[in-house]
Design a protein around this ligand. Structure first.
Ligand SMILES: [Zn+2]
Ligand SMILES: [Zn+2]
Length: 328
């Protein structure tokens, strides 16, 4: 099969022949139809987590099951499925025993210690696959498996109450979905961005207000929840100036500088909460909301052969708002 292979840390991706996977016990082979390119793939190419290279990245896989391994009873050939980040826990640690495999320190993850989805075929544990609603296209579904799942999990973890105001900082792959999920849930939603050129698009996505700084956020009424999807923690700290007392900041990006919070956060009793993908019930909900048309992924699509162009646009922050790779 063809796959986009990262040859080494900081290496340029190469589309080339790669061994087509065969399913082991409890595994399925997915013929990939669409694969989202997440900014985390850029981090991983630069060595954020030590990986075994050469390696195939990609953790927003959707496609059709074409082969079942021994012991698979809950999935069948032809099922439309996608796979989240963490596929399998060790099964024996405290967090696995508590049913929270996403917190297992020895988990097996898509595109990390398992082959990723920027390829024509991908292996997955059957239990890690999620059926995709019939009305949701592959291109729309793929980004829900990391971006959508992450921001919906974060919004749920923030536990917003009626009448609370929600701000989103970092309007990219995650952020453009975060503000739509917040609006779909009925919350007044404010986007915080310094990119003036995005303002009209952001309003079209449903934002009630677009502000350029935390101070502007505060003077306009502030936020009870800040969904921080930015990869710049200085942008998060600035937006945090707009928090109302007892607010919650949900950190979902990976900043590459220290997170310098201010005493203001202490006096306002602000909580900083880390969050990624918090369990399959949130993936189910995130897909269901998208299938009902209440959240729409805004994507640029690229063929697998053209994946380097997509990578460069993601790395440069130019994609509006998600890059999706299609295989045929
Ligand atoms: Zn991701
Ligand atoms: Zn475990």
């Amino acid at each position: 099969m063809k796959a986009a292979v990262v040859p080494s840390v900081n290496g340029k991706w190469e589309v080339k022949q790669w061994e087509t996977p065969k399913p082991g016990p409890n595994q399925v082979v997915i013929k990939i139809h669409a694969s989202g390119l997440c900014y985390t793939d850029v981090h991983l190419t630069h060595g954020l987590i030590p990986l075994q290279f050469p390696h195939v990245l990609g953790h927003e896989p959707v496609g059709e099951i074409v082969e079942l391994g021994p012991g698979v009873t809950t999935r069948k050939v032809g099922d439309r499925v996608g796979v989240g980040w963490v596929q399998k826990g060790c099964g024996r640690c405290e967090w696995c025993l508590r049913g929270k495999k996403e917190l297992c320190q020895n988990n097996q993850s898509t595109g990390i210690n398992l082959q990723g989805s920027h390829a024509e075929y991908m292996l997955a544990f059957a239990d890690a696959t999620m059926l995709i609603p019939d009305t949701l296209s592959y291109e729309q579904a793929a980004p829900i498996f990391c971006a959508g799942y992450t921001v919906w999990s974060g919004l749920r973890l923030a536990d917003p109450k009626p009448h609370e105001r929600i701000a989103v900082v970092g309007i990219g792959g995650l952020g453009h979905l975060a503000l739509q999920y917040s609006k779909a849930s009925g919350f007044e939603t404010i986007a915080v961005t310094k990119s003036k050129d995005k303002e009209k698009m952001i309003r079209d996505l449903g934002a009630d207000e677009v502000v350029g700084s935390g101070e502007k956020l505060l003077s306009g009424g502030g936020a009870d929840v800040l969904l921080a999807t930015s990869n710049s923690w200085s942008a998060v700290v600035d937006a945090a100036k707009g928090m109302r007392p007892d607010g919650r900041i949900i950190l979902m990006g990976v900043g590459n500088e220290p997170l310098n919070y201010t005493p203001d956060l202490m006096f306002k009793r602000i909580r900083l909460i880390g969050s990624s993908q918090n369990g399959p019930e949130y993936l189910y909900e995130a897909l269901d909301i998208a299938a009902k048309g209440k959240v729409k992924v805004v994507a640029e699509t690229y063929k697998l052969d053209d994946i380097n162009r997509a990578y460069d646009r993601v790395a440069d922050g130019k994609v509006r708002f998600r890059a999706v790779i299609t295989m045929n």
